[in-house]
Design a binder for this molecule. Structure first.
Ligand SMILES: O=c1[nH]cnc2c1ncn2[C@@H]1O[C@H](COP(=O)(O)OP(=O)(O)O)[C@@H](O)[C@H]1O
Length: 232
């Protein structure tokens, strides 16, 4: 494969470098994140927009909520959001990014400081990550989702919105555990799990079961999952 290098992305590329593990991210308070200790760190803000619903798939699987995640330009899943610009605060940064990436109408759905859920620091990358969450109505969610198709970044930085399945199917793996097996940007998989817990979308034991199933599957079936004979 041709290596076309990083070009003008070279200065930012290391923030998104893959291979982080959960232990690379320490939770810090939003107040601390603004302190002197992290003033030289790069900050990024992402947000989970969601709507609770009572849809049931095939009379079996409760949808619970529609959550907005995205397929990014780099083939990883994540939440809408991005790097905070110099001189910008994390809240203004997330609102700007949501307008660019998903065309969010800030007159109606602007995020507030009270929507901040958790912040993390990744010391090895000099990176602080802020995670916001906001509940909207089912109708608003559909409207926001449809508008993403005409957002400035759609089709280049943002390749499509996706709703994670939140149920676990009969084999104990398909559904949320399978979704967790994807590759994620930053710590967005952890943020999804925190969002499910924080907003009480799933019970704690449902989250733990899905995480156990995902981890067990990754250990035992990774070698054969999804491979076709052209992969060998
Ligand atoms: O949804 C997310 N949650 C947490 N971190 C993320 C998420 N998406 C990307 N990141 C991480 O945040 C940093 C910057 O994010 P992003 O790539 O969205 O910024 P950009 O759009 O300004 O280039 C990267 O290190 C990336 O790995």
């Amino acid at each position: 494969m041709t290596d076309i290098g990083w070009g003008n992305l070279a200065q930012y590329e290391h923030y998104g470098r893959v291979g982080d593990i959960k232990e690379d991210f320490d939770i810090i308070s939003y107040e601390d994140s603004k302190g002197e200790l992290y003033s030289s760190f790069k900050h990024a803000s992402h947000a989970m927009l969601f709507a609770r619903n009572d849809t049931v798939l095939w009379d079996l699987y409760k949808s619970r909520a529609a959550i907005m995640m995205q397929m990014r330009f780099d083939g990883l899943l994540g939440f809408p959001g991005g790097l905070v610009d110099p001189g910008e605060n994390p809240l203004d940064g997330v609102n700007r990014e949501l307008e660019e990436e998903i065309g969010l109408d800030l007159c109606k759905h602007k995020l507030q400081n009270s929507d901040q859920v958790v912040s993390f620091v990744n010391k090895s990358k000099n990176l602080v990550l802020h995670f916001y969450g906001k509940e909207v109505t089912v109708n608003d969610f559909s409207e926001i989702e449809m508008k993403t198709l005409s957002a400035p970044d759609y089709g280049n930085e943002t390749l499509g919105m996706i709703r994670p399945p939140l149920y676990t199917m009969g084999d104990g793996y398909r559904g949320l555990p399978a979704f967790l097996s994807n590759s994620y940007a930053g710590n967005s998989r952890q943020e999804l799990l925190i969002g499910l817990q924080h907003f009480k979308i799933l019970e704690q034991d449902e989250i733990e079961k899905a995480v156990d199933s995902w981890k067990t599957f990754m250990k035992t079936n990774r070698q054969t999952c999804g491979l076709t004979n052209t992969d060998s």
